[in-house]
Design a protein around this ligand. Sequence first.
Ligand SMILES: Cc1cc2nc3c(=O)[nH]c(=O)nc-3n(C[C@H](O)[C@H](O)[C@H](O)COP(=O)(O)O)c2cc1C
Length: 204
Amino acid sequence: MDNKAFFDLVYGVCMLSTKYEDKINGCIINTCVQVANEPARLAISCINGNLTPELIKKSGIFTLSVLDSTVTFDVFKRFGLQSGRDVDKFEGIDHLLDEQGLPYLAEHADAMFSCKVVSSQDLGSHTLFIGEVLDAKVLSPEPPVTYGEYHSRIKPKPQTVEQKKIKGWKCSICGYEYEGETLPEDFMCPWCSHPASDFEPIYE
Ligand SMILES: Cc1cc2nc3c(=O)[nH]c(=O)nc-3n(C[C@H](O)[C@H](O)[C@H](O)COP(=O)(O)O)c2cc1C
């Protein structure tokens, strides 16, 4: 099986929220799809062990904020890269409440859906929930953001390895050390005659 084939699937991204007793929580998901329209039903898939599905199982309700293209990495960091077991994810973020009392985003969302769970299935790594849509609103004219855009445009690029200054090169075959920042391409080790490609940098 070529796992790269999965990268060709296209997804939107939502902030999925729920509430059970006093605990309000939400997480980022890229696995929301409309699966029926009479009645309107959405499917979502949640990683087992996370707080959000644990609360959804108890409350039987969830709300989706469909993220739009103005969304910034902060929103992903807040909802998708930490757990509500450790922090209050809604503290200090602008949000509104739907009729079920569940929070949805006042900014960076182009639509919201309030749902009640009508079925769920444990799929091993994830639990699939099917929700019947009780209410839906268009919130902004911005286009929805895609999971692909999250990876290509929103997620910070990995930091380039700290720029370290090269002071010399060491032959990985015999240990000979060449002094100087630039090793000539046609250099050959005077001890073992191996080429420049067998040398590794020595940093300051
Ligand atoms: C871009 C992105 C997409 C994600 N998609 C999903 C998803 O489809 N389902 C899911 O359960 N978690 C998904 N996650 C991971 C959860 O948002 C993350 O594990 C979160 O910290 C769970 O928080 P919680 O323990 O408060 O529920 C995604 C995260 C990111 C950043």
